[in-house]
Design a protein around this ligand. Structure first.
Ligand SMILES: Cc1cc2nc3c(=O)[nH]c(=O)nc-3n(C[C@H](O)[C@H](O)[C@H](O)COP(=O)(O)OP(=O)(O)OC[C@H]3O[C@@H](n4cnc5c(N)ncnc54)[C@H](O)[C@@H]3O)c2cc1C
Length: 440
């Protein structure tokens, strides 16, 4: 491939990886482990994609602006990296927590489901567990008889007949788990997470509380260090042409790279922004065009007058959940999750203070830090939450290799869809697929 304004390199790599998040980095490292030459092309000025750790506002406290919490007991691919590099985890938001629930218009320390509604909650949880048990989290969902669950969560709750305060309580967890509206997330996608957690509903609340001691950015750096992977940042890929035994990758600035195989590890929602020749299969294109509704804002705040250990959850409030991560004298560095339909501007200190005061009337927000994933053209959303009708139809197609191209990304993971572990799962699988392509 060559043309006006294009610069072509003569080297033919064994593999080019597009995208430097956890999935792309894992794929690149695993391919390189086999002694093969790998070039990783990342559109942005940094690696990590939907993860990234940095000090809060030039202070000493390290914050995670994107994906954070892992649980090696349930996350086998995270456990593999921890073991390989001897990485440590630290407990996040630990210590004794003072719980506040803001439901039905006012904050209270009482759990918002009381009296007879507790029986209804128990019955709903039993049905949810029963449905989760139908899912084999190791097998793509379209290979199982699960289409009846691939409906909006709102419709699923109607079907299982949960209402009143029990329903409000469950809705809060769904919104926290998705950053989407109840009509937008598939019940099959949500129930798959319960199945992935060895069918624990409680796990949603209690199991995933640890984070990388060196931060996610430190983990990514460690995975690449000494790997032999060649990394090129600020290099968005514009097109991919498969011709016979090679794949030509052209960047938006007209550089052309050649390889004998390729891993596409960019988010599903941006696949259609790259021109593929021959085109990607129709099922991949359909799912990519639909994208996903996850658009949670994760807002870090330096706060005055916030009680110790406050763990606040709400429905109909700007924040669905808030908790402190660090204490500095009388100030806290806290994180809050702001789901749609709220339009809270995370950079507007007055607006964030007012939102926090729904839980803590005297709180004052002094500074914030937030990344906008949804309007980022290379990410187009926060963590993957599949809309209804995708998983039961397209799950296998999304991961299928096409010619010399293998596909990776948390967005198409089989077990931990939308999670760091899912990114690593698909990176490892894509590396194996590339190995088969190269030894064919
Ligand atoms: C706010 C937030 C909180 C989260 N919390 C958690 C959590 O607590 N625990 C957890 O396990 N997961 C969490 N996640 C999810 C997790 O971070 C992601 O699922 C995972 O990191 C995705 O990794 P990936 O490699 O699949 O994709 P990405 O990290 O999105 O990486 C894809 C890369 O491809 C690049 N790219 C895109 N287009 C191109 C192109 N044309 N050319 C070259 N490069 C391109 C992008 O710039 C990006 O760097 C969270 C995510 C967010 C946003």
């Amino acid at each position: 491939m060559s043309g006006p304004g294009m610069t072509e390199t003569t080297q033919i790599y064994d593999t080019i990886v597009i995208g430097g998040g956890f999935s792309g980095v894992c794929a690149a490292r695993d391919v390189s482990d086999k002694g093969r030459s790998v070039l990783l092309l990342e559109a942005k000025a940094r690696l990590g994609g939907r993860v990234g750790s940095a000090p809060f506002k030039n202070r000493s406290e390290m914050i995670e602006l994107g994906g954070t919490w892992v649980a090696p007991k349930y996350h086998p691919f995270v456990a593999r990296e921890l073991e390989r590099y001897n990485l440590e985890l630290v407990q996040s938001h630990g210590g004794s927590l003072k719980t506040i629930w803001h439901f039905f218009g006012e904050p209270s320390s009482r759990i918002p489901v009381q009296g007879d509604d507790l029986f209804e909650l128990e019955r709903a949880l039993y049905q949810i567990k029963k449905d989760a048990h139908r899912i084999d989290a190791r097998v793509p969902r379209d290979q199982q008889d699960l289409a009846d669950l691939d409906i909006p969560i709102a419709a699923y709750f109607d079907r299982i007949g949960v209402s009143g305060s029990s329903r409000a309580f469950l809705e809060m967890w769904v919104i926290l788990g998705s950053g989407a509206l109840l009509e937008e997330w598939s019940a099959l996608s949500a129930l798959s997470l319960i199945a992935a957690m060895d069918n624990s509903v409680y796990g949603w609340y209690g199991a995933v509380t640890e984070k990388f001691a060196i931060g996610t950015s430190g983990a990514i750096e460690t995975m690449l260090k000494g790997s032999g992977v060649e990394v090129q940042l600020n290099t968005p890929v514009a097109s991919v042409d498969q011709t016979g035994a090679t794949v030509a990758v052209t960047t938006t600035s007209g550089q052309v790279f050649q390889a004998r195989s390729l891993v596409l590890a960019a988010p599903l929602a941006v696949w259609t922004d790259i021109t593929f020749n021959p085109p990607l299969s129709e099922n991949k294109v359909t799912a990519a065009r639909i994208g996903h509704p996850g658009r949670m804002k994760k807002i870090w705040m330096l706060v005055e007058n916030m009680p110790d250990g406050l763990y606040a959850s709400g429905l109909g409030t700007d924040f669905v959940q808030i908790f402190p991560e660090y204490t500095d004298g009388d100030k806290k560095i806290a994180v809050g999750f702001c789901p749609p339909p709220s339009t809270l501007d995370g950079n507007d200190l007055n607006a964030v203070t007012n939102a926090l005061r729904q839980f803590v009337p005297d709180a004052k927000v002094l500074a914030t830090d937030v990344l906008d994933y949804t309007s980022d053209p290379y990410l187009k959303g926060t963590w993957m939450v599949q809309p209804p009708g995708i998983l039961s139809r397209y799950a296998s197609s999304l991961i299928a290799t096409e010619g010399r191209i293998a596909f990776a990304g948390a967005d198409i993971a089989i077990r931990w869809l939308g999670w760091i572990d899912g990114a690593l799962e698909t990176g490892a699988r894509a590396a194996q697929e590339v190995d088969s392509i190269l030894t064919r």
